[in-house]
Ligand binder design. Structure first.
Ligand code: AMP
Length: 211
C-alpha cells in the first residue's frame, strides 16, 4: 500500500478521507493537529500551543518533528497517511530527510481541491458531539434537532478555532506557506489532484490502488 500525504486547504477534508482509509485499508493516520490536540494543556508549553492553535498560527518545527518522529517509529511496516505536515517547503525538506533516516518513503501526495466558499461553510457550520465524536454541519449535514447529537443525544459543540476570523488566518497561511507544496511535489512526480467535493473517496482510492 502506498504511503501518502494529503495536502488540502483548511477544512479540505483530509481528516474525513484519512478516517475512511484507516477503516478500510489499515492505514496509520498521522495528523500533527491531532498529536498537538492530544498534548497535556495544563503545562506552560501546552498552554502556549493551545494559544497558537486557537489563533491558527504555526507551532514550532522542532516540536512538530519530535511528535512526528515518535509516531513514525512505531509503524511496524504499516502504511501511513500524513495529514497536516509538511505545511511549508522547509518542513517538506525536513520531512524528506527524516523519512530517509528512518528508511521510509512517501509514495503519493494527494491534493484535495475545494472552492473557498465551501471551505468557509465547512468551518462555520461544523459541530461535533463530545460524547460519541459524531460530526455534523449545519449547512451540509445538520442534526435532526439543533444542538443535539442524533446518535447519542449529547450536546453538540463548536470547535474554538472554527470562527471566520481564524478560518481566514488559516486560509491565508495555507495559501502563502502550504499551497507551494503542490508544485514542489508535482516536480517530484508524486502529485495527484482530486476534486475535494464530489466522489472524493472513490478518487482517493483510485490513487492509492493505481501502480
Ligand atoms: P490541523 O488539525 O492540521 O488543522 O492543525 C491545527 C493547528 O495545529 C494548526 O492551525 C497549527 O496551529 C498546528 N499545526 C498542525 N500541524 C502543524 C505543522 N506541521 N506545523 C506547524 N503547526 C501545525
Amino acid at each position: 500500500m502506498k504511503n501518502i500525504l494529503f495536502i488540502a486547504p483548511p477544512n479540505g477534508g483530509k481528516g474525513t478521507q484519512s478516517e475512511a482509509l484507516v477503516e478500510n485499508f489499515g492505514y496509520i493516520h498521522i495528523s500533527t493537529g491531532d498529536l498537538l490536540r492530544d498534548m497535556d494543556k495544563t503545562t506552560p508549553l501546552g498552554q502556549e500551543i493551545a494559544g497558537l492553535m486557537a489563533s491558527g498560527k504555526f507551532v514550532s518545527d522542532e516540536l512538530i518533528f519530535e511528535l512526528l518522529k515518535g509516531k513514525l517509529e512505531t509503524l511496524n511496516g504499516k502504511p501511513f497517511i500524513l495529514d497536516g505536515c509538511p505545511r511549508n517547503l522547509h518542513q517538506a525538506e525536513m520531512l524528506e530527510s527524516m523519512l530517509n533516516e528512518l528508511g521510509l518513503s512517501l509514495d503519493a501526495v494527494i491534493y484535495l481541491d475545494v472552492p473557498y466558499d465551501i471551505l468557509l461553510k465547512r468551518a462555520l457550520g461544523r459541530v461535533s458531539c463530545p460524547e460519541c465524536k459524531s460530526v455534523y454541519n449545519t449547512y451540509f449535514k445538520a442534526p435532526k434537532t439543533e444542538g443535539v447529537c442524533d446518535k447519542c443525544g449529547g450536546s453538540l459543540i463548536h470547535r474554538d478555532d472554527d470562527t471566520e476570523e481564524t478560518f481566514k488566518v488559516r486560509f491565508d497561511t495555507y495559501m502563502e506557506s502550504t499551497a507551494p507544496l503542490v508544485d514542489f511535489y508535482k516536480n517530484k512526480g508524486k502529485l495527484y489532484t482530486v476534486d475535494g467535493v464530489e466522489n472524493v473517496y472513490d478518487e482517493v482510492v483510485r490513487v492509492i490502488k493505481n501502480d
